[in-house]
Design a protein around this ligand. Structure first.
Ligand SMILES: Cc1cc2nc3c(=O)[nH]c(=O)nc-3n(C[C@H](O)[C@H](O)[C@H](O)COP(=O)(O)OP(=O)(O)OC[C@H]3O[C@@H](n4cnc5c(N)ncnc54)[C@H](O)[C@@H]3O)c2cc1C
Length: 389
């Protein structure tokens, strides 16, 4: 009898799992890949589009170039997964039945219940989002003058907030645009998951680019053209990008498995409370040692995708499932054209210098993204994207 396996999402989770499933599943399995876009977006480089929308083609890979001809691709928006009936419900009314499902549809931007945060700011989760941010920054700059510059605010100083701020600064400097840039963070320091060494190095790079950093004061409300803080005065803005954290996609709200904030709880073997449903990437809370969960990063998603795919094949065969432990390979983060590397692991070896920048950091950052594109396609395809990474 044929076993039907469906993979939802074409991010790091989905695009990583497809080639692995193709190699692991037996001939009697049928693989269907569903995503709302017919391309994989290298989301961890999407901020580059804010500076130059022309790079979009270089950070997207058609799903056709990732999957083999025997895998069916369905372009559609998942509305629900009915785990009782084992059916994926799509927005166009189509139902896709499955025996095993791997859910990897990413995340929404968390609003933490802050007044107006769901309505007013821009967010960055897709190519369209990145293009919209570019357009809005450009439009604000066009309407501004040296005497009355545009104010662009980025809220949330994690990986996406810091890197987006760097690209806005790059846009400003390349076009000599009259823009004041603010990076706002509720916690006492930027890049909260990092240690003081990388936090200090990032702060230095950002301030060097004339970016004003406001920390240690949470935003309490977002209005149409202003932001309110707990303590500071109201800040008027022309463009407000909010990157304050991840929450599960609203489409997973009705899925009947254990979850927190719409993120599916998964054990370290990537299986949810329903043994036919596996979850990987930002939409999952994957159990790790010491009551920790894996971080919502590209790095974690692409590591876990391989194990989840193998475990689906094992589950079909009734074999024991493997467990996955997140391996932190270090941090590579851009501030415009420059990059910072921190505690980077290369082939199991730690770099002798903990934190560094310059060409070595930039090449390592490009190399990490190229390695990912090569993994899901080929090195010649990856190298065509090199300039944009
Ligand atoms: C600007 C930015 C910079 C970042 N920088 C880094 C970094 O330097 N390092 C790092 O490790 N991480 C970084 N991240 C985080 C990283 O990109 C995410 O953790 C990663 O993308 C998660 O992978 P995923 O596959 O779970 O989700 P995603 O990559 O978001 O993919 C989700 C997929 O599901 C599809 N989808 C969504 N909803 C539906 C639906 N309802 N129906 C069908 N398909 C759907 C989407 O189109 C997409 O194909 C960054 C994120 C951003 C936004």
């Amino acid at each position: 009898m044929t076993t039907r396996v469906v993979v939802l999402g074409a991010g790091y989770a989905g695009a990583g799992a497809i080639p692995k499933l193709e190699s692991e599943l037996g001939a009697d399995a049928e693989l269907t890949w569903i995503s709302d876009t017919d391309y994989h977006l290298v989301l961890h480089e999407a901020h580059r589009v804010i500076r130059d929308p022309g790079v979009a083609e270089k950070i997207t890979v058609p799903t056709e170039d990732i999957k083999s001809p025997s895998t069916t691709f369905v372009q559609g928006s998942v509305e629900n997964v009915d785990v009782e009936e084992r059916v994926v419900e799509l927005a166009d009314g189509e139902d896709v039945e499955y025996d095993y499902a791997l859910v990897g549809i990413g995340s929404d931007t968390a609003t933490y219940g802050i007044d107006g945060m769901g309505e007013h700011p821009l967010t960055l989760k897709s190519l369209e989002d990145a293009r919209e941010i570019h357009d809005k920054v450009k439009e604000a700059a066009r309407e501004a003058t040296r005497e009355d510059p545009a104010t662009v605010v980025v809220g949330g100083a994690g990986l996406s907030g810091i890197q987006s701020t760097g690209e806005i600064a790059e846009f400003r400097d390349r076009h000599n645009a009259p823009i004041d840039i603010y990076l706002v963070e509720a916690l006492p320091e930027i890049f909260p998951p990092g240690d003081s060494e990388i936090q200090g190095a990032l702060r230095h790079r950002l301030e060097d680019r004339d970016i004003e950093i406001l920390t240690d004061d949470p935003i309490t409300a977002a209005n149409e053209d202003s932001i309110e803080f707990d303590e500071r005065d109201v800040l008027d803005y022309d463009v407000f990008l909010w990157t304050g954290g991840v929450t599960g996609p609203s489409e997973l709200g009705e899925v009947d498995v254990d979850k927190e904030h719409n993120r599916l709880n998964a054990e370290s073997n990537l299986q949810t409370a329903d043994d036919r449903v596996f979850a990987v990437g930002d939409c999952a809370m994957v159990e790790q040692a010491d009551d920790e969960v894996a971080p919502p990063t590209a790095q974690a998603a692409w590591q876990a995708a391989d194990v989840a795919a193998e475990n689906i094949a094992r589950a079909i065969e009734g074999r024991r499932l493997k467990t996955w432990t997140y391996e932190d390979q270090g941090t590579l983060i851009s501030v415009g054209e420059t990059a910072l590397a921190h505690e980077v692991q290369m082939n199991g070896f730690s770099s002798p210098v903990r934190t560094f920048n310059g060409t070595p950091a930039k090449v390592l950052k490009k190399g990490a993204a190229a390695r990912w594109i090569a993994k899901i396609t080929s090195w010649p395809t990856a190298l065509q994207s090199w300039d944009a990474l």
